[in-house]
Design a protein around this ligand. Structure first.
Ligand SMILES: [Fe+2]
Length: 182
């Protein structure tokens, strides 16, 4: 297994992916309606996280809070649906409260997606969502077979520190909606 991983690492180095993927940007949880604060408290009891922003996501009828340890470490994003028909609540009803995706910050998302498509990685949308003007570009892979979470590739521009923009959240959620029902 270790040998196999080192072969992948070698391949990634050769095709340039090694340099394009920078770090883990955020980890996104989806939890049961009414359990967002409880989830954050649980995490903060284990590790001294502090809350840095919360916002309502109208298009998925959900509320999202973000906690972090410090500026350099990945942000933890916790979402809960506000009603039974929320995409988040439907997902949680099916799979339980869990990690929905791990998001990796990349340098050139077009290049990353081009390379990964050639390697057979499948995405929930054909196109990358967002734009440089909006400060963010992102795309989701289909869920892993072993743990059923998604990998997100994210590229940030300027000082944008959000996780999606109002104009792309609808498209983004639509792209994973079928995953919640799959
Ligand atoms: Fe994300």
């Amino acid at each position: 297994m270790i040998t196999y991983l080192s072969e992948i690492k070698e391949e990634m180095k050769k095709i340039g992916l090694d340099d394009l993927i920078i770090k883990l940007d955020h980890i996104a949880y989806r939890v049961k309606k009414g359990e967002r604060v409880k989830a954050m408290v649980e995490l903060a009891n284990a590790v001294p996280y502090h809350e840095f922003k919360s916002f309502k996501v109208i298009s998925m009828n959900a509320i999202t809070s973000c906690i972090k340890l410090d500026e350099t470490l990945p942000v933890i994003v916790v979402s809960e649906g506000l009603a039974e028909d929320s995409i988040v609540e439907k997902y949680v009803e099916k799979y339980g409260g869990r990690i929905h995706h791990l998001a990796y910050l990349v340098k050139d998302i077009e290049k990353v997606v081009e390379i990964q498509k050639k390697r057979g990685i499948k995405f929930t949308t054909d196109k990358i969502i967002g734009s440089e003007e909006e400060g963010i570009k992102q795309i989701f892979t289909i869920p892993t077979q072993t743990a059923n979470h998604i990998i997100e590739y994210i590229q940030r521009f300027g000082d944008f520190d959000g996780f999606f923009t109002p104009s792309n959240i609808g498209a983004l959620m639509k792209s994973t909606e079928k995953l919640g029902e799959a």
